[in-house]
Ligand binder design. Structure first.
Ligand code: PLP
Length: 406
């Protein structure tokens, strides 16, 4: 087949997913736009059209696209040392781990991965080592999202996503979200851990509560279970705290294990599974490994990202932007409510307004965001977004909702 017939995704024009010539597997709907450049909270497509980005690659580029300091760190590392394997130490891992423990507020240890799903896989394997033989199950919540590998899919509390891949790996139970009685009912002698998001992201932006997380902590303490917080989307300043769980715990308290990824490398693929020294001690050499996880290229980006976040007091930066954004968005005709924490936000539209249609219209009008449910939009802009780009985006959103309604 001549290469010239291969079109579709690669050309950014979208394609029939059945089209055998499309070079990309049809796991996503054919995209209609190809982005070629980003700067801060703005993107440009290949035709040169400018967009305001309120998605940030799904809560990834928190410090904006092409952050010059992160870019410089990556460029420097690229010509210095790319990869030597985890058989050897490399220079950025320990500083990152220390910064994460500083943000979490307790000492801990880190396993580096390449993604959120892999960070959760590490936590799930740690839970099995913690529990020991026969005590391996993990209780998760319905509407949760923990990744797309087979285990993290089984952890994900969305039965519709399981259907095509049955049978799923054994070892997961699901409880009604934010219902402590239902969670307690799942706890038997086969359970080693509880895995929850502080704010369910993909599930519709549903924050936990102080009462719920405190009760989960108490149950885990009583039964010797690990409390694992999936902070892949909420973590690293986006919610206005370093980690989402910190909205619900006093300083120095929290879960035993914290997984993260998305914002960690500001666009470089990197994840981490943080655990208290007591929990981490369940792993022995040989129990878990990764070729690429924590390699110098990815950690150079993560190290600079975290340094920048600490320097600017990123949670305060996110809170300030969130206040301005929420205040403006709730005033838009057609918006009924907002929910979430900080800049992990959903905008519920008035009944009858289709969120997907609004998202598509926004895109046409130069604002990138996505529909997190049939009736709600998700807003996860870079935390460094300027007031001007918040205001301009609000104007586009208002106009787009009006277009959809008329
Ligand atoms: C995105 C996400 C994941 C999966 O991360 P990947 O990097 O896509 O594997 C896991 N948990 C939560 C809460 C997420 O938002």
């Amino acid at each position: 087949m001549p290469v010239s017939t291969v079109t579709a995704h690669r050309d950014g024009v979208g394609a029939d997913p059945e089209d055998q010539r499309c070079p990309i597997m049809p796991t996503y709907n054919p995209p209609s736009i190809m982005f070629v450049r980003g700067d801060g909270s703005e993107l440009w497509d290949r035709a040169g059209k400018r967009y305001i980005d309120w998605l940030a690659g799904i809560a990834v580029c928190s410090l904006g696209h092409s952050n010059p300091e992160v870019a410089a760190a990556i460029a420097e590392q690229a010509s210095k040392l790319l990869h030597v394997s985890n058989v050897f130490a490399t220079e950025h891992q320990a500083p990152i781990s220390k910064m994460l423990s500083q943000m979490i507020g307790r000492p801990g240890q880190v396993f580096f991965s390449n993604s959120g799903a892999e960070a959760n896989e590490a936590a799930l394997k740690l839970a099995r080592k913690w529990g020991g033989r026969g005590r391996h199950k993990v209780v998760c919540a319905y509407q949760s999202f923990h990744g797309r590998t087979l285990n993290t899919l089984a952890a994900t509390g969305q039965p519709a996503k399981w259907e095509a891949f049955m049978p799923l790996p054994d070892g997961f139970k699901h409880a009604v979200w934010a219902d402590i009685d239902d969670l307690e009912r799942q706890l038997d002698d086969s359970v080693a851990a509880v895995l929850l998001e502080p704010v369910q992201g993909e599930g519709g932006v549903n924050p936990a509560t102080t009462e719920y997380f405190a009760a989960v902590r108490r149950l885990c303490d009583e039964r010797g279970l690990l409390f694992i917080a999936d902070e892949v989307q909420a973590g690293l300043a986006r919610t206005g705290k370093w980690f989402g769980f910190q909205h619900f715990f006093d300083e120095g308290a929290g879960p035993d294990v914290v997984t993260m990824a998305k914002a960690l490398g500001n666009g470089m693929p990197i994840g981490a599974c943080w655990a208290t020294p007591e929990a981490a001690a369940a792993f022995k050499p040989g129990d878990h490994a990764t070729t690429f996880g924590g390699q110098p290229m990815a950690t150079s980006a993560a190290r600079r990202t975290l340094e920048l976040m600490l320097d600017m007091d990123a949670p305060a930066v996110a809170s300030r932007a969130a206040t301005r954004l929420i205040d403006a968005v709730v005033g838009i005709d057609g918006v009924s409510t907002t929910r979430g924490l900080g800049l992990l936000m959903a905008v519920e539209l008035e009944p009858g307004i289709d969120a997907k249609e609004v998202a598509t219209t926004c895109l046409r009008n130069g604002l990138v965001l996505n529909a997190v449910t049939a009736t709600a939009l998700r807003l996860t802009p870079p935390i460094t977004i300027s007031d001007a780009l918040i205001d301009e985006g609000v104007e586009i959103l208002a106009r787009s909702i009006a277009e959809v309604r008329s």
